[in-house]
Design a protein around this ligand. Structure first.
Ligand code: NAP
Length: 248
């Protein structure tokens, strides 16, 4: 059975490791090709966009894919929408494998917003010292709020960072420790954190640090994921995959 895993996340990498060794499975991991040095997966890899809905349809048909697991990031809305549309049209089984969203706990000072433009607006008019941890793709939204100082942390060098007149860029990949996050926010005099609700443990320490320091968090909520069957646990998505194997 040919399985396509749409990846770019730790969940997809974990699933790729887990499907190794099943004789009945022929898995392929697909990456968008954005990360400069992706960790080599233990299963065949393809890289780069499919070419929209039509390209994905052609790929799934030509490669005779039987089952698709969308393990892209919760904010990779376009890829997920394309997968949902094309799998529906081709009548292919599709499941989401995603991490649970972060949840508000007592002591948090979260301001939920719908998207990046709303996050930039929520910073207000008065200059602030902002810890910006929203990835590199949507920094442009903050160019319209140039009065703030931005401490920008991304994995790869972002294109749009130059549009922020007052910024410092840190390139780093999680996991991060709470004590280090507290020290960083203190040293930089941060008074507001902006993040997407990505979920997961690797980058959750900033939320605990903000709670400890009483810092406001502007939390960009997840885009809606439609009505695709979703799993948050590896063993559950594995069972779903194995249940789709053809009867011997
Ligand atoms: N958005 C985030 O915050 C975030 C964070 C961490 C990791 N990632 C990962 O980075 C990648 C790109 O994210 P994004 O937000 O740019 O996604 P997106 O907006 O949903 O997708 C944009 C386009 O990139 C291509 N693409 C995305 N994921 C792909 C995959 N796994 N395999 C092949 N092509 C893919 C598709 O191109 P075509 O239309 O040409 O097929 C898609 O239409 C994803 O794999 C995602 O899991 C995203």
């Amino acid at each position: 059975m040919r399985l396509l895993i749409l990846g770019g996340t730790t969940e997809a990498s974990a699933l790729a490791r887990n499907v190794v060794g099943w004789a009945e499975l022929e898995p392929i991991l697909s990456l968008a090709g954005r990360t400069q040095n992706p960790i080599e997966p233990p299963i065949p890899l393809r890289s780069g966009g499919f070419g929209g809905v039509d390209g994905l349809k052609t790929y799934l048909t030509d490669e005779k894919i039987d089952v698709v697991v969308d393990a892209t990031h919760p904010f990779a809305a376009q890829m997920s929408a394309h997968a949902a549309q094309v799998c529906c049209e081709l009548n292919l089984p599709l499941a989401l494998f995603t991490r649970a969203a972060w949840r508000y706990v007592s002591g948090d000072r979260w301001l939920p917003v719908a998207d990046m433009i709303a996050a930039a607006n929520a910073l207000g008019h008065a200059p602030r010292r902002v810890f910006l941890t929203v990835g590199g793709l949507q920094l442009a939204a903050f160019a319209d709020a140039p009065q703030h100082y931005y401490l920008v942390r991304t994995i790869d060098p972002p294109d749009a960072v130059a549009a922020l007149p007052d910024h410092r860029l840190i390139l780093a990949r999680g996991p991060f420790a709470v004590d280090d996050e507290i020290a960083l926010m203190r040293d930089e005099g941060i008074d507001v954190l902006v993040t997407k609700n990505s979920g997961g443990k690797a980058t959750a320490a900033k939320l605990a640090a903000a709670r400890t320091l009483g810092i406001e968090v502007i939390m960009v909520e997840r885009p809606k994921s439609g009505d695709v069957l979703a799993f948050e646990k590896l063993d559950a998505v594995m069972k779903w995959i194995l249940d789709h194997r053809p009867a011997p």
